[in-house]
Design a protein around this ligand. Structure first.
Ligand code: PBG
Ligand code: ZN
Length: 331
């Protein structure tokens, strides 16, 4: 492809194409669009006004009754998708409030669907850690997280979200077979049009810390390393993705994003299935903290990192920067 003896190096001047902003604009290869952004929203039962999350900058937990301003500002900014996380008042051993048709996520989805129609794609996170008394992402039996009983619950959660009107369900528990179990449950209840975004390559990462503050979902004992995958492994991530695709995932996900651009790139090369990247709470918090100190320019760093995630091959990005980024893309 490339024969170095034929290249007249002295004549190559890459700076010609960087001469001024108009030329640089013409040459731009990777374009970040508002349509790529998915905005996370935390909705909490039992609070009476929005509550700031200490480790997460501008991100708040909202009571359902105060959700409208947030939804309207997201729509006005031109963002097309949200992912909802619920924080219930009641936790128990079987995550009952996670699949209650009157649960916090289900009520929120119905409210948004009723009032905003199809202006936003509504994605729901399907997991148990906010809902179990143990704070684990599955049902605990004999001090271990039991895979197959957790699958049944995940199926019920997904169907209750679909019944409320969710467009896509994103299972984040990292139980084996979760995409299959959810597909079966959705289909057998008539929700054949509800999509699944697999949190396929979800790594066991300390970068989820601020989220656990936000969602009140720290595991009560142990850690998540028996279900989330080790960050030392590459083939295992590809295998997780392959498995989710075989089980019927419509979209696959890599999470976190920035430390795993190599995986995003490799997965993009490997499959035609759309790839979503989740730039997590810790990635956001690091930028926010440095910006507060005046050590980094928040807007510039955020833009560079989000573009890098697209350049690696992600088709869409879940990011806590979504609103600010959408604002900047308008300017
Ligand atoms: C729930 C869930 C987590 C995140 C998304 N869904 C936390 C976890 O697995 O501990 C993390 C998101 C973030 O850090 O922004 N399973
Ligand atoms: Zn979880």
């Amino acid at each position: 492809m490339f024969n170095s003896s034929l290249v007249a190096y002295p004549k190559v001047r890459l700076r010609r194409l960087r001469k001024n902003q108009a030329i640089r604009d013409l040459m731009q290869e990777i374009h970040l669009s508002k349509k790529d952004l998915i905005c996370p929203i935390f909705v909490q039962e039992g609070i009476s006004k929005p509550v700031k999350i200490k480790s997460m900058g501008e991100i708040k937990r909202f009571p359902l009754k105060n959700i409208d301003n947030e939804i309207e500002s997201i729509i006005d900014l031109g963002i097309k998708a949200i992912i909802l996380f619920g924080i219930p008042s009641n936790k128990d051993d079987n995550a009952t409030s996670a699949f209650d048709d009157d649960g916090i996520v289900q009520r929120t989805v119905r409210h948004i669907r009723k009032n905003y129609g199809e202006k936003l794609a509504i994605i729901t996170d399907a997991c148990m850690c906010q809902y179990t008394s143990t704070g684990h992402c599955g049902i605990v039996k004999n001090k271990t997280v039991d895979n197959d009983s957790s699958l049944q619950i995940l199926g019920k959660i997904a169907t209750s979200h679909a019944r409320a009107g969710a467009d896509m369900i994103a299972p984040s528990a990292m139980m084996d077979g979760q995409v299959h179990a959810i597909r079966e449950n959705l289909d057998s209840n008539g929700f054949t049009d509800t999509g699944i975004i697999g949190y396929s390559a979800k790594l066991a990462s300390p970068l989820y810390g601020p989220f656990r503050d936000a969602a009140n979902s720290y595991p009560e004992f142990g850690d998540r390393k028996s279900y989330q995958m080790p960050f030392t492994n590459r083939n295992e991530a590809l295998k997780e993705v392959e498995t989710d695709i075989n089980e019927g995932a419509d979209i696959v996900m890599v999470k976190p994003a920035i430390p795993y651009l190599d995986l995003i790139y490799q997965i993009r090369e490997m499959t035609t299935t759309p790839v979503c990247a989740y730039s997590v709470s810790g990635e956001y918090a690091m930028i926010k903290a440095a910006a507060l100190e005046g050590w980094l320019s928040e807007d510039n760093v955020m833009t560079e990192l989000l573009v890098s995630i697209k350049r690696a091959g992600a088709d869409m990005i879940i990011t806590y920067h979504a609103k600010r980024m959408a604002q900047l893309l308008d300017e």
